[in-house]
Design a protein around this ligand. Structure first.
Ligand code: SF4
Length: 378
């Protein structure tokens, strides 16, 4: 890697632009022959296949991270979604089953904080039973702030959870408290990660949102702490999600700048993407101590490969993290619709999709009333 200059012409791009050869598209659904099947997998107007379904199971959280759920907005008067409005586990599972038939290969449970949803293990179990049209198990992953992981990891694993991602923005207790605006200790999150690894959920992905001037001093301590553990820290550029986090470009440390800082201390080499649509660009430590990821929604958008659909807690489909309008699916699910009817509706939502907000950011196109990340999940 060239000496440290911000995105100079000689420095390689943070994200490799190649997709591993021979990544077959899944065959059309076979064992769901009863469904009137549109062309599968479903593709949008940019030929992006529907591959990932992110399921937000609650808009509640026990943290008040300043970049996601600032306390001054989400205070004691904030009205969260009443339980009766939330999709039931059966409704979520029906939609997920149809989405898998339509091409989804990875289900990710998010929130708010998904471990706050009662009996979440039962939902994991129901989803883990789903199979792809090729008869393969579907990957069920979960993103959590880790505070309840020590208690729940074994039950989640037994229920069939495949992967876990833990959000951790600092090791320094003062900076951690500043980012999460909570009194919970870093040690609780770290022991949650250890427990997850101990029950077989390793390697754990660790997501760190980097806010310049707030926690960027933690980049090297985080990189160093997880070297040789097998866990993968993903450094995330601070994003203008929602409408409440006071986003400012001046607080964005770009993927390039983050990489340069780490490379100066721990030389890195670029790694290929593991699959199309992988959000993080992969970089390995040259000394073999593991790898890190860089997520560059602001400085190097990756909308071209975005294969993600989001389901909100009360049953609306969102085609982009920065969307402002969702598509109701709960009414249909609660009407006792068949899978064929749900698939028909899903195709009607995904096929005309053209979302690419990050490519538009800064082009004076202000998206009004973007959904909040604490509601739809990352
Ligand atoms: S901005 Fe929207 S379309 Fe682009 S990568 Fe993010 S979620 Fe996907």
């Amino acid at each position: 890697m060239s000496t440290r200059t911000n995105s100079s012409a000689s420095a390689p791009a943070v994200r490799p632009r190649v997709v591993p050869a021979g990544l077959p598209d899944p065959a059309p659904a076979q064992n769901t022959s009863s469904l009137p099947v549109p062309t599968l997998p479903l593709r949008d107007t940019r030929a992006r296949p529907l591959r990932d379904l992110r399921i937000s199971v609650t808009d509640r959280c026990n943290f008040r991270c300043t970049y996601c759920m600032p306390r001054e907005v989400f205070d004691q008067n904030h009205e969260f979604l009443p339980h009766a409005q939330l999709l039931t586990f059966e409704e979520i599972t029906q939609f997920a089953r149809v989405a898998v038939a339509a091409g989804v290969r990875k289900l990710r449970l998010t929130g708010g904080e998904p471990l706050l949803r009662k009996n979440i293990e039962r939902l994991v179990e129901m989803l883990a039973r789903l199979e792809t049209p090729e008869g393969k198990p579907v990957q069920v992953a979960l993103t959590t702030n880790g505070t309840l992981l020590r208690k729940k990891a074994q039950a989640l694993r037994d229920a069939g959870l495949s992967r876990v991602t833990v959000s951790l923005d600092a090791l320094d207790p003062v900076i951690f408290a500043r980012m999460s605006d909570s009194t919970i200790q870093v040690a609780d999150v770290l022991s949650g990660i250890d427990t997850a690894a101990a029950v077989g959920l390793a390697p754990v992905k660790v997501n760190m949102v980097v806010r310049k001037g707030v926690n960027d001093s933690q980049i090297l301590p985080m990189a160093d702490y997880f070297r040789h553990t097998g866990h993968v820290v993903r450094f995330i550029e601070f994003m203008d999600v929602g409408n409440t986090n006071g986003w400012n470009l001046a607080e964005v440390l770009t993927g390039r700048q983050i990489l340069d800082r780490i490379h100066d201390r721990f030389p890195l080499k670029q790694l290929d993407a593991a699959y199309r649509g992988e959000v993080a660009a992969r970089w390995g430590f040259a000394d073999g101590a593991g790898e890190i990821g860089i997520i560059t929604s602001v400085s190097q958008p990756f909308c071209g490969d975005c294969t993600r659909l989001r389901l909100s807690p009360e049953g609306r489909l969102f085609l982009c993290l920065f969307a402002s309008r969702g598509h109701d699916i709960r009414t249909l699910l609660r009407s006792g619709a068949t899978d064929a009817q749900v698939l028909h509706q899903l195709a009607g939502v995904w096929s005309p999709r053209d979302d690419h907000y990050s490519e538009l950011r800064g082009q004076a196109t202000v998206m009004p009333d973007k959904i909040e990340m604490s509601y739809i999940g990352g």
